[in-house]
Design a protein around this ligand. Structure first.
Ligand SMILES: [Zn+2]
Length: 259
């Protein structure tokens, strides 16, 4: 394992014979088309865009279809993104790990205000959020929440309670116990973009980059295109470029127009 990782650090000369007319992927898709898709993809973070463009550049522009030197392709993609600030790691490799598909509830945890019903108006006036929402609103301690797994998505909703309302907390936790067991696995909301743009053995690659040989992809699939998003139509199948993995080393094959 790890051949691609180590070989990428070896000095490899740029292939001398470059085909200047290349740059077309499946079905005549150009790098410009590809870049347009990447930049209009709302799911992509700036770093994920860099990652996709680096692989797109390496497979569609820098190396031709008959130039299948896997190491050269990876060196090109890695150099396109450069090294991390410490200089000890390729930013591309870091970005692959960050693209591992997962569900993150982080954003929903930020507002730790007590949800217990307000009995008397708060003195700060009728416009105060505690009066408008009819809640206690006191800051809750980090551990004092009841976790609700939502029925359709399995996404987490946090109900916070302050020290004075721990009785509410206990009651809500009890109420949620049964429904939570029926909720689905959370639909992923981060990563999975490499798999939606490139065909490859991403399972092996993500495991490798995460340093976790037992990592498993979400039950909904490894590609972000396959995840159901409430209120959003499924992304239609797109032509994907092929990056095949072999014994931990990734090979570039001819672009594929089917998935
Ligand atoms: Zn409270």
């Amino acid at each position: 394992m790890g051949a691609a990782l180590h070989l990428a650090h070896a000095e490899q000369p740029t292939p001398a014979s470059r085909n200047r007319t290349k740059g077309k992927g499946s079905g005549g898709e150009t790098f410009a088309d590809f870049a347009r898709q990447v930049y209009s993809d709302d799911r992509a973070t700036p770093k994920a865009r860099e990652l996709l463009l680096a692989f797109g550049y390496a497979t569609m522009v820098a190396h031709s279809e008959d130039d299948q030197d896997v190491h050269a392709v990876w060196v090109t993609a890695r150099r396109a993104m450069g090294v991390t600030r410490t200089g000890r790691e390729w930013r591309l490799d870091r970005a692959i790990a960050e693209d591992a598909p997962r569900y993150s509830s982080g954003k929903d945890r930020s507002r730790r205000v007590c949800a217990a019903p307000r009995l008397r108006p708060h003195p700060d006036g009728p416009d105060d959020f505690r009066n408008q929402q009819g809640i206690c609103g006191t800051l809750a301690d980090w551990e004092n929440y009841a976790l609700e797994k939502q029925a359709g998505t399995g996404w987490h909703r946090f109900h916070w309670f302050c020290k004075r309302h721990l009785d509410h907390l206990a009651r809500v936790r009890e109420q949620l116990r049964e429904p939570n067991t029926l909720a689905p696995e959370p639909v992923p909301n981060r990563g999975g973009l490499l798999a939606s743009y490139f065909d490859s053995d991403w399972l092996t690659t993500y495991r490798h980059r995460l340093g976790s040989p037992t990592w498993e992809p979400p039950v909904y699939g490894i590609s972000a295109d396959d995840w159901p998003t409430p209120g959003v139509e499924q992304i239609p199948p797109r032509a994907r470029l092929r990056l095949a993995a072999l014994d931990g080393t990734l090979l570039v094959e001819t672009p594929s127009s089917h998935r």
